[in-house]
Unconditional design. Structure first.
Length: 72
């Protein structure tokens, strides 16, 4: 059984905070790439839901892609 709330409780709030703070693309990638990897290691199973919420942010999309998660 996967971890469905990882996006709403952890990933999305961090990603939104980075956006609201005006973080650079480099900082977003450096923070979010390992966060995504760690959540996947804990059996995150709603990655695509979170990715869909951030398709308008190329740095966040790149962080997902670095972990093998892409939107087709």
């Amino acid at each position: 059984m996967g971890w469905g709330s990882a996006g709403s409780k952890f990933f999305n709030p961090v990603a939104h905070a980075l956006q609201e703070a005006g973080a650079s693309d480099e900082l977003k990638e450096r923070v979010l790439t390992p966060l995504i990897a760690n959540l996947q290691n804990e059996d995150w199973d709603t990655e695509l839901d979170s990715l869909q919420d951030f398709l308008d942010d190329p740095a966040i999309v790149k962080a997902f892609a670095a972990n093998g998660i892409t939107w087709d």
